[in-house]
Design a protein around this ligand. Structure first.
Ligand SMILES: Nc1ncnc2c1ncn2[C@@H]1O[C@H](COP(=O)(O)OP(=O)(O)OP(=O)(O)O)[C@@H](O)[C@H]1O
Ligand SMILES: [Mg+2]
Length: 352
């Protein structure tokens, strides 16, 4: 084994994607030392959990196994993390002992999905309002920096960023405090073209610099997929419960497995799975499960996650939501009841 081969391995590792994620090992800063020790290639990975380590190790073995017969992959705990383990008050961002950038919030709920457009924002907004109607103090943070829809769905889309001293004042409507990068753009449809690192800093600034006051619940509307905002949130916040939104179609169920595996890998408790657009209600009141029944429940059983609700596909839900009139506040009694029931099931869950 020579130096060139080591460089080749290093290049390969840097470009390799974390299993099922669209991020490379280099981007996720998981590569430690790669060296030849006693004629043997040694690869050290900087991992936060053993599960994640095993997963990446297996993938590397699969890819490099044909080329190199003699190599060893080990887990290396970074100096910073060793320090953090020695002294519990110091913490450098492992997902097992996350930082807490939001000490003002008693509970943090992260709403996510494997795929876009399944109703995360609809669920986040209505869940937040349902919790506030139950008497809790609630804030919602739109962490979807590339497609911030929370302002539109909360009827605050004409608002701008307001500073109060050295803090940003959240907007308020329907009893909840709201913050979104959408308030910072000059026009509603201005696209945000940001590097990942800038997007992450913006979300962290909203956690730290917004005057949230004391909150019982901070609900985070996540961007679609499994990328660095999700990872950052898990490193920077002690998430009490992840909520997974899915739709009944198979494709979305494949994606949802990925979102679940990511939460499991990075040690975030999953508080529940919600199936959106499950059925529509016929004129005679019957439920028509057009895409098939029971997909969300099957996933919940498979991964041992509570199933906390199904939401019908209803044009009124879309119209109300997209016009800033959340169904839980301004819909009919049935619509209100759906979201209230979800909120109740979620908070009666052991993980919360
Ligand atoms: N149960 C429903 N019935 C009808 N329309 C719905 C329902 N749930 C959501 N919608 C509509 O579907 C669209 C997508 O919903 P939403 O924006 O909540 O999804 P999302 O997962 O947050 O999307 P993105 O990934 O783009 O952030 C919206 O126009 C919304 O009003
Ligand atoms: Mg959304």
């Amino acid at each position: 084994m020579n130096r060139d081969e080591v460089d080749e391995v290093l290049k390969f590792l840097k470009e390799m994607k974390y299993p099922n994620l669209d991020r490379t090992l280099d981007e996720l800063k998981l590569i430690g030392e790669v060296a030849i020790v006693e004629k043997k290639l040694k690869i050290h990975l900087l991992m936060v959990s053993n599960d994640a380590f095993q997963k990446v190790k297996k993938e590397i073995e699969k890819e490099l196994g044909d080329k190199f017969s003699d190599f060893q992959i080990t887990k290396q705990i970074s100096e910073a993390q060793k320090e953090a383990e020695k002294s519990p008050s110091l913490n450098y961002g492992s997902t097992q002992k996350p930082n807490n950038r939001a000490p003002y919030a008693k509970k943090i709920i992260a709403v996510t999905s494997g795929k876009g457009g399944v109703g995360k924002t609809t669920v986040s907004v209505n869940l937040s309002i349902a919790l506030s109607q139950m008497g809790y103090k609630v804030g919602i943070l739109d962490s979807d920096v590339y497609g911030p829809n929370v302002p539109r769905m909360t009827g605050t889309e004409d608002e701008k960023l307001v500073w109060s001293g050295d803090k940003i004042a959240p907007h308020q409507n329907f009893g909840i405090k709201i913050m979104s990068v959408g308030y910072t753009t000059p026009k509603k449809d201005t696209p945000l073209v940001w590097r990942g690192s800038v997007a992450v800093s913006a979300v962290i600034q909203f956690l730290e610099d917004v005057d949230w006051g004391e909150l019982d619940f901070l609900v985070i509307d996540m961007p679609p997929g499994t990328g660095d905002i999700q990872l950052t949130m898990a490193q920077e916040l002690p998430i009490s419960a992840g909520v997974i939104v899915t739709t009944p179609q198979m494709v979305s169920l494949d994606d949802v497995s990925r979102a679940i595996m990511m939460f499991k890998d990075i040690k975030v408790n999953i508080g529940g799975i919600i199936e959106n657009m499950s059925y529509f209600v016929e004129a005679n009141g019957e439920k028509n499960y057009i895409f098939g029944k029971g997909g969300g429940e099957a996933i919940s059983k498979k991964y041992d996650i509570p199933f906390i609700g199904e939401i019908p596909l209803q044009s009124e839900i879309r119209e109300l939501s997209d016009n800033g009139k959340p169904p839980v506040a301004l819909g009919d009694e049935k619509q209100k009841a759906i979201f209230k029931e979800i909120a109740e099931k979620l908070i009666h869950n052991d993980t919360l």
